[in-house]
Structures are given as C-alpha cells and as structure tokens.
Ligand binder design. Structure first.
Ligand code: SF4
Length: 408
C-alpha cells in the first residue's frame, strides 16, 4: 500500500479566493485590489456557478472530485468585506453541493477593524470556526505606513469580539521586514502577540518582488513607501529567528517554515497542501490539485486567471499542468521539507519506489554535508540554516528523477 493512503485522497479541501480589499497594502503581492461593491455581487455569483459546476468540470478533465469536505478556507484579499448575505449564500451553496463534515475546519481571513457585527454573525452562522487576522505589526506606525487601516487597540478588540462569538481558533499574521521595523519594535510586536493568547501564528519575511508597490520601489532604488527604511536581509533573518525562539518558549511551536501553533492547532487546511492531499480552488488566481482517474497516478494542477474582468466574463480561464509521479516525487521533497516533521523516507519510498528514492537520497546526502539538511533516523529535515535558504534547497530536488544528460 502506498503511504498516500486511499482514505487521504477521499476528502477534499475547498479554497475560495476573495480578491477585494478596502485599500492596498504597500508590501502586498497578491491578486487583490479595491473594487466597487457591485463587483462583489457579480463575483459571488461567478464563484457559486463554479461550485455548482465543479462536478462537470472535474469529469471533463478526468480528475476525481471527492464529495466529502473536511476543510474550507476563504482567503484573499479580505473575505470579511463580503455582505453577510453573500457569505451565507456562498456557504449555503458549498453545503448543498458537497458533504461538509460536522467537524470541518472552516477558516476565513479577515482584516482587523473590518468585521461588522452583522458579518461576524454571518460567519458564525455559516459554521466558521477559525479566523485569520492580517495584523503584520502591533506597532501602530509600522502598520499605518504599510497601508494597514488598523491599530493595536482595534486588533485586540476584534480578538475579544471573535472569542465572545465562539470563534477562539485564531491566527495572527506578522511580517518581519516592514519599513521602519527595528529589533526593539519587532520585540514589542512579539510581546503583544504572546500576551493576546492566540493558538496560531504565521510569520513571513518580507518578499521583495515586482508584484508589490514596495517591492518595485526597492528594486528601483527609490524612496517611496519608506523603501529606504526596510531592514536589510540579515536583520530580517535575525528577526525571524528571534520569532521562532520567542514563540517556542511561549508554547507556540514551529511546525512549518512560516507557521507556529499550540499543540492541536496546526492549520488543517494548509497541512493539506504540504501533505499533497486534494484541494479545489475557486475564484481569482486560485489553484486546485486533484488526482487523475486512471492507473497512471497523475495529479492535475490548475490555476485560474488573476484577471478579474476575464474571470467575471465567465469562461473558465486557467493554466493547467499534469504532474507525473516523477514531478510528485519532487514535490514530496520540497513540500515535505517545509514541515518541521520533515520527510519520512520509508513512506516516500513506499509511494514512489526505490529507484526514485536513491536519486533523492543522493541529493539529501550532499545537502547534509553542506549543513542544509539533517537526517535523524528515517526522517530528513531542514537545519536552521536550511530553513533560511529553503528556496535554494528545494531547487536541488527539481529534475531529481531526470538523468543528468537528459536535463534541459
Ligand atoms: S495584504 Fe491583505 S489586506 Fe493588504 S492588500 Fe494584500 S490582500 Fe489586501
């Protein structure tokens, strides 16, 4: 029996992207923007059409679409900007179309200060039991200069309101590397974070790329958005390492490169991605990964368009890739290594065979010598240095099954 047990392929996670925001944060590189409310209604209609047509879509592409759903995640963007009726409608269609487990983990991303009482009521009534708040910094000036519309007091008040409405499984996102951040201000953010008692935290290091206003400004060497006040790479790495230390000593252990949780509170939906279990992504710029029917063992990966107009016009515009077992073997490494639990060699060998595993272990041995991986018993994990250089490590597993002479 392959380690990816049959039962693990039999449940589905649903991700719905809601690309609307009240304002655009300087560092944001997601496909989200400020759109008029009229677009929100059209968007919800379009997503519900895709939900209802998901079975036909899956059969046309020859992939299995499990009926049983055990995780749902509304991400963004800012899903809490949807009207309460739109939230109720989306969840109503999901529950009518799929068998949503009674204990499903149902997460919605919210922006602090942008959850009205009616929205909170709609979320609770829809069965939402986990909320992720995009805080990024508890230092008001840093949050404001990044384009966030909240301050510390607003976040603390939202946490109180969510808990009072019975939603206690809460995540807070922080970013290391915001403009004007210092070691002292980072320590202050971490201190408030620990005091507010949430069971889950995500810590990201600032990404500098062409997809955000701040990133573009930094790459161009400009000064807008306080680009000149962004800490250097070494300082950001030290802030990240300090977060690992401080969270761990407060009982919030790291379980993935960017994610930390008290025991029992790891995000079940996100674990699905790292464990390569099936998910259906709907809405703008959303990815799906579903097992193809038939004996070849392929996985179909699709990503919908990031263009709102194109999406609303109705045709399902998407990029697709068929992942052979060789490509899935690479993913088993670079997704599995993201987890602190690491990659269990016997399980991956049982799924993909001894031949592929020998090629994978040759890479592992080299990276162990370079101090980027460690092998403990049957498990391969990133070292602390490997975690900081994780993208370089993952790169080493690309084409691992392709004979050297046949690589492009
Ligand atoms: S970071 Fe979040 S809230 Fe800010 S613009 Fe991006 S998606 Fe919207």
């Amino acid at each position: 029996m392959m380690w990816m047990e049959f039962s693990q392929k039999q449940t589905l996670g649903i991700y719905i992207s809601v690309p609307f925001c009240r304002s655009k944060c300087t560092y944001c590189n997601f496909a989200s923007s400020v759109y008029p409310a009229s677009q929100h209604a059209l968007y919800v209609d379009r997503v519900t059409e895709d939900l209802q047509g998901a079975g036909a879509w899956a059969s046309e592409r020859g992939v299995e679409l499990p009926q049983a759903v055990d995780t749902i995640y509304l991400g963004g963007g800012t899903p809490s900007l949807l009207e309460p009726e739109q939230i109720a409608h989306l969840f109503g269609v999901m529950r009518a179309r799929f068998d949503v487990a009674a204990d499903a983990e149902i997460t919605v991303e919210c922006a602090p200060g942008q959850i009205s009482d009616a929205t909170l009521e709609a979320l609770a009534a829809a069965g939402v039991n986990r909320v992720s708040l995009g805080v990024q910094s508890f230092v008001d000036r840093e949050a404001a200069e990044s384009g966030r519309l909240h301050n510390r007091a607003i976040v603390l008040e939202d946490l109180r309101r969510l808990r009072a409405r019975g939603i206690a499984n809460l995540n807070i996102d922080l970013i290391a590397g915001l403009a004007r951040q210092t070691f002292a201000s980072w320590e202050e953010s971490l201190g408030v974070l620990m005091d507010c008692g949430v069971p889950h935290v995500s810590v990201y290091m600032l990404e500098v790329d062409e997809d955000s206003r701040l990133g573009r400004e930094m790459l161009a060497g400009g000064a807008r958005y306080r680009a000149g006040l962004v800490p250097g790479d070494d300082a950001i790495a030290r802030m990240y390492e300090r977060a690992i230390e401080r969270l761990d000593s407060g009982g919030i252990g790291q379980y993935e490169i960017s994610n930390f949780a008290r025991p029992g509170f790891a995000s079940r939906h996100n674990m699905r991605y790292w464990e390569r279990r099936p998910y259906l992504g709907l809405g703008l710029d959303a990815s799906s990964a579903l097992y193809a029917s038939g004996p070849e063992g392929n996985v179909l990966r699709t990503t919908t368009t990031a263009d709102l107009k194109e999406y609303l016009e109705g045709a399902r515009v998407e990029e697709t890739a068929l992942l052979s077992p060789d490509r899935q073997f690479e993913e088993a490494w670079f997704l599995g290594l993201r987890l602190n639990a690491g990659v269990e060699v016997p399980r991956v060998r049982a799924e993909f065979g001894a031949g592929r595993m020998s090629a994978g272990l040759r890479v592992v041995e080299r990276l162990v010598r370079e101090g980027l991986l460690v092998m403990e018993g049957d498990c391969v994990r990133l070292t602390s240095r490997g975690r900081l250089l994780s993208n370089d490590v993952f790169q080493e597993f690309l084409d691992v099954c392709t004979p050297a002479g046949a690589r492009a």
